[in-house]
Write a protein that binds this ligand. Structure first.
Ligand code: ADP
Ligand code: GN1
Ligand code: MG
Length: 364
């Protein structure tokens, strides 16, 4: 079905004049819709939901609906702007949160104007702001009732389970790539003993299970184009019970890299400790006293674990024949794996400094 026919099923204002591909996500397929409206242009985001990754669209969309409704109320209470500070779903003509046809399932969000999604932290100030936004996000959801949340991807950040899947992929060697990535496989095997570090702390209740975002990549927070201040945390597909260490860790993984996640020239890739300091400062301010002392002491572990896990996921996907992440060329997942492993090695060598920084900004 043409995209034009699909968008006719949503309650858009104005007349659709253009639809084009948009953004840099690895999972969904995102489009920008432009409408003529009152002599100007009104924009929306259309997304085709990746049902390979999210087979239960109903459960996924119920999560997003309930979390955005909850956040809206919080933002109003805090005298914020609920039309910009959280995602706003545009309902279908039938009043549903998504539309399904033979081509797949689609949803529409209001476009948040005058913002940018950054692939790389442009300055310490901007990254400190992102830290505040993600810390505050965990804080805002502190009293959200998680019992109605559907677990969209089971074991999403269970690194021990990810390790098992990795070993299966190596053993199966579906596309005969294992031999060519022996070094990368060894990098993972050498760290097999750390894989259950976070999950066992959750299971023993040493750290709390919270409602977390779980995909706190830098480009999942929209930044004001003029102000450089964080405006809205987006990409709410993976909101689920999880650990604060996941959210802190994944943001460090993506934002403290001096290069892009898929930079082929590894001399440009590395862990920037000054960006780590900025993010930590912002995150601590945003999360306030919602963090426990045990969580605080594990933040740098979280950063290493999330980066390691992500590199292992890219390598697993490479071994399985690129069935999960969108790729733009055959070695793309391997290139991504290399950047993550370089970051892991850098962080391992700077762990003490990272811990010192965390303590400097700790409020608990
Ligand atoms: P994916 O799960 O594929 O990463 P995202 O939901 O993160 O998909 O969207 C992809 C990109 O689209 C974002 O990085 C951002 O640039 C843009 N985007 C998404 N939602 C909005 C919105 N409501 N307003 C403006 N830009 C958006
Ligand atoms: C995916 O959806 P996106 O592009 O923000 C992935 C994350 C990875 C990230 C790596 C649902 O995030 O877990 O960390 O790519 N999302 C999902 O860039 O698997
Ligand atoms: Mg995204």
């Amino acid at each position: 079905m043409e995209l034009q026919n699909i968008v006719e099923n949503f309650k858009l204002n104005g007349k659709v004049k253009n639809i084009e591909a948009y953004g840099n996500g690895h999972i969904n397929t995102t489009f920008l819709i432009e409408c003529d409206y009152n002599g100007g242009t009104l924009r929306y985001i259309l997304q085709k939901i990746n049902t390979n990754v999210f087979p239960n669209v109903e459960g996924l969309m119920n999560n997003i609906q309930s979390v955005t409704t909850f956040l809206r109320n919080k933002i109003v209470e805090n005298n914020g702007d609920p039309d910009r500070e959280t995602l706003n779903l545009v309902p279908t003509i039938d009043g549903n949160s998504y539309y399904t046809c033979k081509d797949g399932s689609y949803r529409v969000y209001k476009f948040i104007e005058d913002t940018v999604a950054l692939q790389i932290a442009e300055s310490n100030e901007v990254f400190e702001g992102a830290g505040f936004a993600f810390g505050n996000f965990v804080k805002m959801l502190n009293d959200f009732d998680a019992s109605g949340l559907f677990e969209v991807i089971k074991n999403f950040h269970n690194t021990a389970d990810r390790f098992k899947k990795f070993i299966n992929a190596v053993d199966k060697d579906a596309v005969k790539r294992a031999e060519s990535v022996r070094e990368e496989i060894d990098f993972v095997l050498k760290r097999s003993n750390i894989c259950d570090n976070i999950i066992s702390l959750i299971e023993s209740k040493t750290i709390p299970l919270r409602v977390t975002h779980n995909d706190t990549k830098l480009n999942n927070v929209l930044i004001g184009s003029e102000s450089g201040k964080p405006i809205c945390v987006i990409d709410l597909d993976t909101i689920m019970p999880g650990s604060l260490l996941y959210d802190f860790g994944d943001a460090i993984r993506s934002g403290c890299n001096t290069g892009l996640e898929d930079e082929p020239d590894l001399s440009k890739v590395g862990f920037d400790i000054s960006l780590f300091e900025s993010f930590t400062k912002g995150f601590m301010a945003g999360v306030g006293n919602c963090i426990t002392a045990v969580e605080r002491d594990l933040l740098s572990l979280g950063a290493i674990m999330m980066t390691f896990e992500c590199g292992m996921r890219f390598l697993t996907d490479y071994l399985e024949g690129d069935v999960y992440f969108k790729i733009h060329y055959p070695e793309h997942n391997l290139v991504r794996c290399h950047t993550q492993f370089k970051m892991v090695a850098d962080m391992e060598s700077m762990r003490d400094k990272m811990d010192e920084i965390v303590r400097k900004y700790s409020k608990v």
